[in-house]
Design a protein around this ligand. Sequence first.
Ligand SMILES: [Zn+2]
Length: 434
Amino acid sequence: MSRSNRPALLGAALACVLAAGAQAAPPAATPADARIVRGIAAKPAFRAAVKALEQEHDAWVANIIALTEIPAPPFKEAARATAYAEMFRKAGLTDVEIDAEGNVLGLRKGTRPGGKLVVVSAHLDTVFPEGTPVKVRRDGERLYAPGVGDDSTGLATQLSLAKALDAAGIKTPDDILFVGTVGEEGLGDLRGVRHLFGTGKYKGRIRAFFSIDGTSDDGFTIGGVGSKRYRLTFSGPGGHSFGAFGLVNPLTALSQTVVDLYKIEVPKSPKTTYSASVVGGGTSVNAIPREVWLEVDMRSESAAELAKVERAFLAAVDRAVAGENAARSIAEAPVKVDVKLVGDRPAGATVADAEIVRLATAAYQSEGITPQMGSGSTDSNVAMSLGIPALTIPRAADGGRGHSVDEWIGIGKEGSLKIRKLDLLTILAVAGYR
Ligand SMILES: [Zn+2]
């Protein structure tokens, strides 16, 4: 069954995931994949790790609360990063540092000399501005606070996995680099993970990437929805609405841009969308505006389709400006437009028969779950756009109201533990543990 059959559940489930799209039906994991996963699950060391996860359940809850209560607004993640680095040290990770971009890094060395590494990550930042109250309220098996799920729970889940590996003394062939990333949300534009792949000291060694983000009890994300966001400022000479009638008007060019944007045909699959979202400007009702502005958001599951809609949009802008300058007098000045790219997230997808997807599928199937696979916009987008196998895996089984002040996360032991176990099993399989 594809994700698209269950849109309501998916919408609630993947809080940080910005859009959901249909994916091909999951491939059956091969018998070899199933054997690998069964082999890991049967190992005494893995069972010891699961035992540690169980014993650490209360610490997991306490860490969610502690991390949530350290504010981490966009571009202001430093205090949470410092605390998280300390937690990494206590979890037995080595080479713990905060990199130049502000990401927290901690290594679990593998046994293969000069080997590649698998990144496991969760993001430090929230969408909430400075001053937002972040005190956590507990009500039964739920915690409430802005950012409590997205992604404080991801950070706590990541930490519990590192601790469980340490407690069980598990050594993987590949290194595992645990990362708390900055700038996942909004205008952060994935700056943390871009740094990791672009200039960080581990770049070039990363062969698989996990982002622990979103909540779901039956699936993970294999598609990265890309986006481009523009702010356009149209300007002209202005003038009296009566006396200067006949001069060019930047608002006409803006309006024509919106009309023409909505004539662009986009495919249903890969899902591609646009929105003229925010508008402003003008001087007074009896003046031709000197300046008006517009913000536009475009998204696609496919990098090629995103580029196509972006080209069509930019052509529509040029046409609208030229059309206005041809239609009315430019004696005082022509209409001009300043085009500013304010958001740029790469699109990409991990192919459904990639090893990382097959092994994750086998892990879920070993628990009797046929995994649902969706698309979203997370740190994994960057890895996917670079062709590096990536999955966004859940931080917990249930939660809701992400990006709102009444956000909550489910902390029920059985459900959340099952997710941490599935995450661990998947990561170990991908890191070459046998
Ligand atoms: Zn998130």
